[in-house]
Design a protein around this ligand. Structure first.
Ligand SMILES: Nc1ncnc2c1ncn2[C@@H]1O[C@H](COP(=O)(O)OP(=O)(O)OP(=O)(O)O)[C@@H](O)[C@H]1O
Ligand SMILES: [Mg+2]
Length: 148
């Protein structure tokens, strides 16, 4: 477990690099926890930039899922805020994406009960990184906890 305090947007590239290095197995899944505006999408945007994705990254909230391609990886970005059940996720092929060199980012994973257990049926626990984003008293700073 790593705890980083008072992270600004400027610190994100450095943080992404650390997180990418410690999660060196594929496929990998990032479960991104935190309230509205805590910085989950900002983190994904920064990570995609690090991976060399040139496309514009937008929040998938209204679409549930967006897919990107980097040199080495297929990347899936889910936002489960508006999802109602695991069946909805299954329908868009969620479990089938937990393979190869895929990287999967999931915002609002707690919207689906036992999502981590479902993921662990497909891949080993060691491939899952949980990241908790928290607001601080300062508008531009976040406390971030990384569990792997
Ligand atoms: N240190 C920081 N890290 C991340 N975002 C920051 C930081 N400081 C300020 N921000 C701003 O806070 C907002 C974070 O929004 P973001 O869309 O990443 O949140 P989110 O956790 O994805 O929220 P949602 O649950 O609505 O999807 C952005 O406007 C961003 O510019
Ligand atoms: Mg978001």
């Amino acid at each position: 477990m790593i705890i980083k305090k008072n992270i600004t947007k400027k610190d994100l590239p450095y943080l992404v690099k650390i997180i990418d290095k410690i999660s060196n197995t594929y496929p990998k899944v990032f479960l991104l926890y935190g309230t509205l505006g805590a910085g989950k999408t900002a983190f994904v945007k920064c990570y995609l930039k690090y991976l060399g994705v040139k496309e514009k990254v937008t929040s998938p909230t209204f679409l549930i899922n967006k897919t990107y391609q980097s040199l080495k990886n297929k990347i899936f970005h889910y936002d489960l805020y508006r999802i109602n059940s695991f069946v909805d996720l299954q329908e868009i092929g969620f479990e089938e994406n937990l393979k190869n060199k895929n990287i999967v980012f999931i915002e609002w994973p707690n919207k689906i009960k036992n999502l981590d257990k479902i993921i662990q049926k497909n891949i080993n626990k060691s491939h899952i990184v949980k990241i908790f984003f928290n607001h601080t008293l300062q508008e531009e700073k976040r406390d971030i906890k990384i569990q792997y």
